[in-house]
Write a protein that binds this ligand. Structure first.
Ligand SMILES: Cc1cc2nc3c(=O)[nH]c(=O)nc-3n(C[C@H](O)[C@H](O)[C@H](O)COP(=O)(O)O)c2cc1C
Length: 165
């Protein structure tokens, strides 16, 4: 509950590098996430070289020049599929939520990002055809003085989003 309350979308980052031990810990939290049928179809690209960071910032305005951007994909050849629908985005979302919360625990900011063209990103980073981008998670130390956007404080009451039957 403390982490859920502390986290907010960070859209401005310090250029301080993220320690490898913290990246490892974030990836480990994602590794422990449940996935449909335990197939673990996720594949995570850690974008951090100057070339990769420049490229992702050219492809979306929502990478926010973070020092690390996790590009979370799922493997279309592994993912659990039923009745024509696969659980790739669900699996990636659980993995990503674990990662986002661990980043918060470690004092890092993140922002969940859907604002990009998956095909463009896949081509730009030479991804194999079976790695489908799900979302981006820019990550780093928040720039000094960054505050949550007003949206952060605007949550519907449970009475609007929950029904007991
Ligand atoms: C599925 C999803 C997609 C999102 N896509 C973007 C995005 O492309 N760009 C962005 O700046 N924020 C994006 N966000 C962040 C939300 O706008 C933000 O989480 C929401 O306004 C609540 O604010 P908070 O995270 O500060 O509590 C996304 C969040 C989610 C869950």
């Amino acid at each position: 509950m403390d982490l859920a309350r502390a986290r907010f979308a960070v859209r401005e980052y310090a250029q301080t590098p993220v320690e490898q031990a913290k990246i490892d810990s974030i990836l480990e939290a994602g590794r422990l996430a449940p996935t449909a049928k335990n197939v673990q179809p996720q594949h995570i690209y850690v974008l951090q070289s100057p070339e990769a960071i420049a490229k992702i910032n050219e492809l979306t305005r929502c990478a926010y020049h973070a020092p690390v951007v996790f590009l979370v994909c799922y493997d279309t050849e592994l993912v659990w599929t039923k009745d024509g629908e696969n659980s790739g985005n669900m699996d990636c979302s659980i993995v990503g939520t674990h990662m986002m919360m661990e980043a918060t625990e470690l004092g890092l900011g993140t922002c969940w990002v859907k604002w990009f063209d998956p095909a463009e990103v896949a081509a730009a980073f030479d991804l194999p055809a079976n790695h489908k981008p799900s979302f981006l998670l820019p990550c780093g130390y928040a720039a000094e003085g960054v505050q949550p956007h007003a949206n952060h404080f605007n949550r519907k009451p449970l009475s609007e989003t929950v029904t007991y039957k």
